[in-house]
Ligand binder design. Structure first.
Ligand code: NI
Length: 250
């Protein structure tokens, strides 16, 4: 179920049977020579819609801008400051909690968001612990899951792409975005074939170290077919994890 396609009465009746919600969260940032700017939002959104349909879970609108300061030397990237993203995540949780949701499953598509989303969860829990939460807020639980780190996805990425997977603009994420939007498939030469690796600092340093935007990857191996397999693997990972989370078992 997509929140955006529900009426308020449908949300009210959903809350009678479940207080869990999946919130896709990503980024709007460069993804190398053949990757879409929206890759990190498209991937978790596609998996979340699939899972939501299969098990009847509510899926919130995708938070498609994240913490991507290090990609700002490439046109098209939009970033929130870490403090802004913490505020966005906190406000979304508090708004949904007011309606009765209490289990928030953030399905993330961007490694650069992990530290900041975790900090947002600490902020939300600190509100409970310090008595500064919005009035009447029920106890809330948050989970951060990264679609690309599920056990089935990781095994499949390794099988499909091995050492060409890398860390940014990976063939796995590019494949999944191509599966979601086959009309947007791009072709590009990769030079060198596998991109360099290194530490992430600020935007200018990133562009010096990783001139075409990739880190350690060869996304010319991406394909719609691989994307479909990754989509199915990720749905299995996420479905099991979401059910365990909402049934309070984990
Ligand atoms: Ni990405």
């Amino acid at each position: 179920m997509r929140l955006q396609l529900c009426t308020w009465q449908e949300v009210e009746s959903y809350l009678q049977r479940s207080t869990g919600i999946i919130i896709p969260i990503g980024s709007t940032e460069q993804h190398g020579p053949n990757g879409l700017i929206g890759t990190d939002a498209i991937c978790p959104e596609t998996v979340a819609f699939g899972v939501g349909e299969r098990i009847g879970a509510m899926v919130a609108p995708t938070l498609s801008i994240g913490m991507a300061q290090h990609h700002m030397a490439f046109p098209g990237t939009i970033t929130f400051r870490p403090t802004t993203l913490i505020a966005v995540v906190t406000d979304v949780v508090n708004a949904l909690a007011r309606h009765g949701f209490d289990s928030f499953y953030f399905l993330n598509g961007h490694g650069g968001n992990i530290a900041t989303i975790s900090a947002a969860f600490s902020e939300i829990y600190a509100q409970s612990s310090l008595g500064t939460a919005p009035e009447d807020r029920r106890p809330v639980r948050c989970r951060l899951a990264n679609w690309f780190m599920g056990a089935k996805v990781k095994a499949l990425s390794k099988e499909l792409f091995g050492d060409s997977e890398g860390r940014h603009a990976t063939p796995s994420e590019v494949s999944l975005s191509y599966y979601a939007y086959p009309d947007a498939v791009k072709q590009a030469q990769m030079t060198p074939k596998i991109a360099p690796v290194g530490e992430i600092r600020d935007a200018a340093d990133y562009r010096r170290q990783f001139p075409d935007g990739r880190i350690g990857s060869d996304p010319s191996l991406a394909s719609v077919e691989a994307g479909e397999r990754l989509y199915r693997a990720s749905m299995e990972d996420v479905e099991a994890d979401y059910l365990a989370f909402t049934q309070k078992g984990a």
